[in-house]
Design a protein around this ligand. Structure first.
Ligand SMILES: [Zn+2]
Length: 349
């Protein structure tokens, strides 16, 4: 236990040390002739708006518009990544999903079905094209980061992906954007070990299932216990050769910044450093925000910024800073926009 004297000394010295360190860092930065900024990629594609979930649905086109507008208004050090269509998006989608499933998504939309697999996953005639476009955005972001055009990138895309399985839809998800990005980083860019950090309030059951027996992808999921989809227990740790490369931290409702930061510091950081990823992907859902209508957690925008800084420390240590972050959930437009700005800001700091 700290005594009064050590507390007093600590309180007296720490601010001066911090101030001195900040001055030294600034001086070093100026001496090196570098601006204190780190422009990161920001990816947005209007085709993602074509996925129409119907009146009143929380997973709506306005989500990514709100993020785009807020990031622009915040004047962050971002470089917009061009929304370049990809002829090969479907090829990479089927490196994760079965061809039969990809075909089923397309035909379901062509037929004008109201939903795919369950009423959880509404679709319209353009949903297939929007979902393929979302994957294309993420592939472009991986390319931009691997080419060194930007050190990191955030993709404001929808439909989200982390509940999508290899052969079926789930939640509000059609194709698993982050899973396809991980496979693309490996097969196209020669990355060997990919870390996926999923802080959406819901467990990323699709992503976990896709890589459950794969020792080359470390899936880390922190989520609210007892809500959809009901998976993500501590005991779910992978299987076969993938035993140990799935890591879940279910937290009780009401958990906030402190609990998530502790989970990252105590569980994610040591596991990630031992794994040694050469590429890092974030499933960036913002529905653990205190104002989110679906989640029951209490994370703030600054909390998401701090989680981002922890992931950056891992990436700086292991993957030359390479991070591709992909939007998942987040359903209160103000909270979503504020959180995304904090997240992108922490990537650029
Ligand atoms: Zn979610």
């Amino acid at each position: 236990m700290k005594d009064a004297k050590s507390t007093r000394i600590s309180n007296g010295v720490t601010p001066w040390c911090r101030a001195l360190a900040a001055v030294c860092a600034l001086a070093l930065c100026l001496a090196a002739g570098q601006a204190a900024e780190r422009p990161v990629g920001f990816a947005y594609d209007a085709r993602c708006l074509l996925h129409d979930t119907g009146d009143g649905h929380v997973e709506r086109p306005a989500r990514v518009v709100a993020i785009r507008d807020a990031v622009e208004a915040a004047r962050l050090q971002c470089r917009p990544l061009p929304a370049r269509p990809r002829d090969d998006a479907l090829k990479w989608i089927t490196s994760v999903h079965t061809e039969a499933y990809a075909d089923r998504v397309r035909k379901s939309c062509e037929r004008g079905d109201a939903f795919l697999d369950s009423p959880d996953t509404p679709v319209n005639a353009d949903s297939f094209d929007a979902a393929v476009a979302a994957v294309g955005v993420v592939l472009n972001a991986v390319d931009a980061v691997m080419a060194g055009e930007v050190p990191a990138a955030f993709c404001a895309v929808r439909p989200p992906g982390h509940h999508a399985f290899a052969d079926r839809a789930g939640g509000f998800c059609l194709f698993n954007n982050v899973a396809v990005a991980a496979r693309y980083a490996q097969k196209h860019h020669g990355r060997e070990r990919v870390l996926i950090v999923d802080w959406d309030v819901h467990h990323g059951n699709g992503t976990q299932a896709i890589f459950y027996e794969d020792p080359t992808v470390l899936y880390f999921g922190v989520h609210q216990r007892g809500i959809y989809p009901g998976t993500g227990a501590v005991g779910e740790t992978g299987a076969g050769k993938g035993e140990g490369t799935t890591l879940n931290v279910p937290l009780p409702a009401g958990s906030g910044d402190a609990e998530l930061i502790e989970a990252f510091e105590r569980k994610l950081v040591p596991a990630a450093l031992a794994f040694g990823p050469d590429f890092v992907i974030v499933s960036a859902g913002f529905d653990a925000h205190k104002d989110d209508p679906l989640g029951g957690m209490a994370v703030t925008a600054e909390g998401f910024a701090e989680l981002t800084r922890i992931v950056r420390r891992i990436a700086d240590e292991c993957s030359e800073g390479r991070i591709v972050s992909v939007l998942e959930g987040g359903y209160d437009l103000d909270a979503l926009a504020e959180s995304a700005v904090a997240h992108v800001g922490a990537l650029t700091d």
